[in-house]
Design a protein around this ligand. Structure first.
Ligand SMILES: *Cc1c(COP(=O)(O)O)cnc(C)c1O
Length: 393
């Protein structure tokens, strides 16, 4: 799809009310549980607030434009509600293949479904293209003849290990075997990575993170260029009921207006921090923007930037915990993608996979001044690693 405007312009320009005298510049929030009419449910229209809300449409249009499809996106109550709807696309008794490291809620939800026999779950090292393709081929053979028998779940870079999947190669292989591909594009945002252009069937987002961007909304979205899959996702939303609140949707569109600026600044901050941190003795830095990172070449080939999540690995859980306690500007908290920088020791969660190092800290880099972010982090590292409470180095 050729776009008239660049994505930086689209986020500002799109999804406005029709230009006419005294029309509002911004779409309104519509608070109504019911919509007037006498026709049958099947005849279309909104009818009832679980089936639609005019407040959803501008955001759904904007997300479709940004991900590169003419079909409107679908907003959901949360990122995980969109994830759950996408996981439901696989046939009963089918197989879902997922990265061993990916968003913990998605992994837990899939494990729960597998535990009750909804589908079989296979986890893979998503950076190992050959291993993933082998697993996909085996599952495709097992479910040959079953429509939507296999679903490949992709996330890149992964949470929290920041492994980079070869999206074009994995999607092409899966597509050739009729396997559905879903990409969680939350970390990258559509400004940095466009999975539908690689042939992915569905993209999901936690709108909570970069798209809304201000840590004041929980919201999700699914976007697809396949009309049948969209219908299935839409049906799921209407019938399972995980619908977006109008206020949240409105706030998310308001946040989206500055997405390009926020992503630009936080990516630049993350790259600079990663470089400074890689000079710091006694810690390991994971960030696909660093040339020495195993995912660097792949990320450079399929992304326009490297995102703004980076991880550092301290010698143990205790020193990592100490950093999270010593920071003054950075906020110790879960979540990511807001204007403010957050730091979290992931293994504080008992359900985090044991392959994630105890000393791993996930940093969500915000838009503050780089020197403030650096000096605060450095004093916390100095304290944690040398016990030097004066914070010099
Ligand atoms: C946060 C997140 C989710 C879940 O989204 P919620 O809005 O918290 O439900 C899914 N995937 C990724 C990568 C996330 O970071």
């Amino acid at each position: 799809m050729t776009q008239k405007w660049a994505p930086e312009t689209v986020v500002v320009e799109t999804a406005r009310p029709t230009r006419e005298h005294d029309a509002p510049l911004n779409p309104p929030v519509v608070l109504s549980s019911t919509f007037i009419g006498t026709a049958s449910l099947e005849s279309g229209g909104i009818q009832y607030g679980r089936y639609g809300n005019p407040t959803w449409e501008p955001l759904e249009q904007a997300l479709a434009e940004l991900e590169g499809t003419a079909l409107p996106g679908l907003v959901f109550a949360s990122g995980l509600a969109a994830v759950s709807a996408a996981l439901e696309l696989v046939a009963a008794g089918g197989t879902v293949i997922m990265p061993q490291h990916c968003y913990l809620g998605a992994l837990t939800g899939a494990q729960d479904s597998a535990a009750v026999g909804r589908f079989e779950l296979v986890t893979v090292d998503i950076a190992d293209t050959e291993a993933v393709n082998t697993a996909v081929s085996a599952a495709a053979e097992q479910h040959a003849g079953t429509a939507r028998g296999v679903l490949l779940w992709l996330e890149s870079p992964t949470n929290p290990m920041l492994e980079v999947a070869d999206l074009p190669a994995l999607i092409a292989h899966a597509k050739g075997l009729g396997v559905i591909t879903v990409v969680d594009n939350t970390f990258a945002t559509p400004l940095v990575q466009q999975p539908l252009a690689f042939g992915a069937d569905v993209v999901v987002h936690s709108v909570t993170k970069y798209l809304a961007g201000h840590s004041d909304v929980v919201l999700g979205a699914a976007i697809t260029s396949d009309a049948q899959l969209r219908e299935a996702l839409h049906h799921h939303r209407s019938m399972k009921g995980a619908i977006a609140g109008p206020f949240e949707t409105w706030l998310a569109l308001r946040g989206l207006r500055t997405l390009a600026l926020r992503v630009e600044r936080s990516q630049a901050n993350a790259l600079e921090l990663a470089e400074r941190l890689s000079e710091y003795p006694g810690i390991e830095v994971r960030f696909p923007g660093l040339e020495q990172d195993p995912g660097h070449e792949r990320a450079a080939a399929q992304m326009t930037g490297f995102g703004a999540i980076l991880c550092i690995v301290l010698p143990n859980g205790q020193s990592a915990e100490c950093v999270a306690e010593q920071v003054e500007l950075w906020t110790p908290a879960t979540s990511l993608g807001g204007v403010e920088s957050l730091v979290e020791r992931r293994r504080r969660h008992e359900s985090e996979p044991e392959t994630v190092p105890e000393g791993l800290l996930r940093l969500s880099v915000g838009i503050e001044h780089i020197d403030d972010l650096w000096s605060d982090l450095r004093q916390a590292l100095d304290t944690a690693l040398t016990g030097d409470t004066a914070g010099s180095s």
